[in-house]
Design a protein. Structure first.
Lengths: 80, 302
């Protein structure tokens, strides 16, 4: 069970890294996509969660990572 | 052919005739410059309330052009409030976390908490009901639902904004986030943060309008967040604040204010200096915005 969740998160983390690598470089004319920085934080957070000891700590850590990412994007696009 | 050209010229002339220049002037030098990010805005009677992530509940009294800021007390360290709604006779509500609604007193204290059965991303208010934004489910499902405080877990769909099909590969959170502007009575304008279509609805399908601003194609905006704020005024006028293509201080802001209608026409526009953080109030012929410099600025039609 724990390894399944970790595997799924590892896949998501890999997809996030690939998506970031494929994204266009920021230029002076194009404002940065607010999602990019937040996704980068998500990847780091998943690595941190995966390194936690015990299944439930890893699981809760991963959930926290996802909530933090939503909050990060919400702040960037809805914060005034 | 000649008639076609004549009709085209007459139409263009009519649009030009309706497009009037707007005027801006600072009406109050408030003390709200850069004090945290505004994470919620709600209007109640003569006051507009702002909630910031610096734990401040700010009351803007529009007629008096005054701003009163109070420190919020009562949130736990683990709570990160988001959104602000004002309903009924001045009840202020926010999301204390994804599953908890919290009522705030006007003095900034957390007066009550209500647990939600499902996680919610944002809260808005219209009339005596709360609008909650739900995470996107199946494609075509509603993004907003309406609830009453007495039973927050009995939700009815709010028409207009629906979830897009989510890709299994690309994560696209902004296309699932909803923003709402200032309502006139029960008519509330809402939009998806990375789109340009505005839905104005009073909650009934018969009075739900889709507005596609025509002028956005010719205006330089931040494509990630094209619409910054919207307000509905009495005579079906819409004030549309579009985002600036570049930020002056690293923070996004509204760069251009356009008076429009439900057809999305440009009836007059102005580039704001300084740029605007949020619309504070709107009527048919004037708008008050809070600027990035912390001032209140009024924009009027001649």
């Amino acid at each position: 069970m724990a390894s399944k969740i970790l595997r799924r998160r590892a896949i998501v983390a890999t997809l996030v890294v690939m998506a970031l690598a494929a994204s266009r470089p920021a230029s002076a004319q194009t404002p940065p996509n607010p999602q990019d920085a937040c996704m980068s934080q998500l990847t780091s957070c998943y690595y941190w969660a995966a390194a936690e000891a015990g299944f439930w700590t890893m699981w809760a850590g991963g959930l926290d990572c996802e909530l933090q990412m939503i909050d990060c994007i919400r702040r960037a696009v809805l914060g005034r | 052919m000649r008639y076609l050209v004549l009709a085209s010229v007459m139409t263009t002339a009519a649009v030009w005739a309706n497009e009037v220049p707007l005027r801006q002037r600072v009406v109050s030098g408030s003390g709200l410059a850069g004090e945290g990010v505004i994470i919620g805005r709600a209007q109640c009677g003569a006051s507009t309330w702002l909630l910031t992530d610096a734990s401040a509940l700010v009351e803007v009294r529009v007629a008096e052009r005054s701003i009163v800021s109070r420190t919020i007390r009562g949130f736990a360290a683990s709570e990160h409030p988001w959104g602000l709604a004002c309903i009924g006779a001045g009840e202020l509500w926010t999301l204390a976390d994804y599953r908890t609604l919290a009522r705030l007193s006007a003095s900034g204290e957390v007066a009550a908490r209500t647990k939600l059965g499902q996680p919610r991303l944002n809260v808005f208010g219209v009339g005596d009901t709360l609008l909650l934004q739900q995470p996107p489910g199946t494609a075509g499902g509603p993004l907003l639902s309406v609830v009453r405080v007495a039973d927050v877990n009995r939700a009815e769909p709010w028409p207009g904004l629906t979830a897009a099909r989510q890709s299994s590969v690309n994560i696209d959170v902004p296309s699932a986030l909803v923003a709402c502007g200032l309502a006139y009575e029960a008519s509330l304008p809402c939009w998806i943060t990375n789109q340009t279509r505005i839905t104005v609805s009073d909650g009934t399908r018969g009075r739900t309008f889709s507005v596609q601003p025509q002028f956005l194609t010719s205006t330089a905006v931040d494509p990630n967040v094209p619409l910054w704020d919207v307000a509905v005024a009495r005579s079906s006028a819409l004030w549309i604040l579009t985002s600036a293509a570049s930020s002056e201080s690293g923070r996004r802001a509204g760069g251009r204010l356009t008076r429009s209608n439900f057809r999305g026409d440009n009836l007059g526009a102005i580039d704001l200096t300084p740029r605007a953080r949020v619309i504070v109030s709107a009527s048919d012929h004037n708008v008050v915005v809070l600027t990035v410099a912390g001032t209140l600025m009024e924009v009027t039609t001649p």
